[in-house]
Design a protein around this ligand. Structure first.
Ligand SMILES: [Mn+2]
Length: 352
């Protein structure tokens, strides 16, 4: 069954006859078109890809199951297509359409517009062997980029410089791009889970948290390692080992049939046991794919059940304001019997 047939099945259950796809990852997944401007309109009988002059050649080459329509007047052309195809209710991705676009469409469409939450992305939860292979290679590029970076780290380098070096390494090792702006957080900055790398130089005694990933054939990787520059203090070792224990325990839970929130709660339980529960405030993990954050997620609310072919990160952390923080993150694929860890970088505390 083609991906667009699965999409139609899904939106018919919602009560619509056609679907307007605007999320770029969904467009790519459903059509093969890889650039960044356009819409898909999928009906029972026909499939259209609307884009402008800059992308039509590429769209025709990539989206071979679709009729490519070149336009800049999306609202008008879509309205005409919907009328011609006799659609009375079209689904649209409510989390992806800006209000201004919604207003422009609703002014000219003669049919009903049915908002659907981000349900099309659930089609992407279970990866094909090809998708898994791309993500695994992306993760391995990250492993090699980090291994190359570590011996080059010297006191006085700035976080921003380290981010640049890591990203350069990934591209030189075959990545087509980064999957998100790298997080390089040193010293007290490492207490901010999503710190932005800046002018701060790394100093002896700093924790350095590095959270990064790249894209390979459009697919994202994600990993985090925390090291200490110089000798780790007793407190740094204590925190690091608690995070590592939680990370390893949660890894062993990754298998088909397990409820996502149970894995997250395991990490909370372990970190709380040592008295640091209040310092772990984010979810344990998330899936990845064409986007860096995909569903399902391993957080305290997610009732989804792990299945073979899903990806999940395992990234507990402890963050203490004014002191610093630790996060350790692997990316695993759920297999028939358990998991395969795509990340190969060592996790024992590295003192550089
Ligand atoms: Mn992550």
């Amino acid at each position: 069954m083609k991906a667009y047939e699965r999409a139609l099945e899904l939106i018919k259950k919602e009560g619509a006859e056609a679907v307007l796809v605007s999320n770029l990852a969904n467009i790519r997944y459903l059509s093969g078109y890889t650039n960044d401007t356009g819409y898909l309109l999928i009906t029972d009988k026909k499939r259209f890809l609307l884009t402008d002059f800059r992308f039509t050649t590429q769209a025709k080459l990539e989206a071979t199951d679709y009729e490519v329509i070149e336009t800049r007047g999306y609202a008008k052309v879509l309205a005409e297509l919907l009328e011609k195809e006799e659609i009375s209710k079209v689904a649209f991705e409510e989390e992806d359409i800006p209000y201004s676009v919604y207003r422009a469409f609703s002014e000219v469409f003669h049919c009903e517009m049915l908002p659907i939450a981000n349900i099309l992305s659930t089609l992407r939860q279970i990866k094909t062997p090809q998708e898994l292979a791309y993500i695994k290679e992306a993760e391995h590029i990250g492993d090699r980029a980090l291994a190359k970076l570590l011996p080059e780290l010297k006191p006085g380098m700035t976080e921003a410089q380290i981010a640049a070096m890591l990203e350069f390494n990934m591209r030189m090792l075959g990545a087509e791009n980064i999957s998100f702006p790298s997080i390089i957080a040193s010293g007290v900055n490492s207490s901010m889970p999503h710190a932005m790398p800046g002018e701060k130089p790394i100093e002896i005694g700093d924790f350095i948290t590095m959270d990064f990933g790249c894209k390979y054939h459009g697919y994202c990787s994600d990993m985090t390692r925390t090291i200490v520059l110089g000798k780790a203090s007793e407190k740094q070792k204590e925190i690091y080992n608690i995070v590592l224990e939680a990370q390893l325990e949660c890894l062993e839970m990754m298998k088909p049939g397990v409820v996502c929130k149970d894995v997250h709660n395991k990490a909370v339980e372990i970190i709380s046991k040592y008295g640091y529960g209040q310092y772990f405030g984010h979810g344990l993990g998330h899936s990845v794919g064409l986007e860096i954050h995909e569903s399902p997620a391993c957080n305290g609310r997610c009732e989804d059940v792990l299945q073979p072919g899903m990806l999940m990160t395992d990234e507990p952390g402890i963050y203490i304001e004014g002191f610093g923080g630790v996060r350790i993150e692997d990316l695993v694929a759920i297999t028939e019997t358990g998991y395969e860890n795509f990340a190969e970088s060592p996790k024992e505390l590295i003192e550089l």
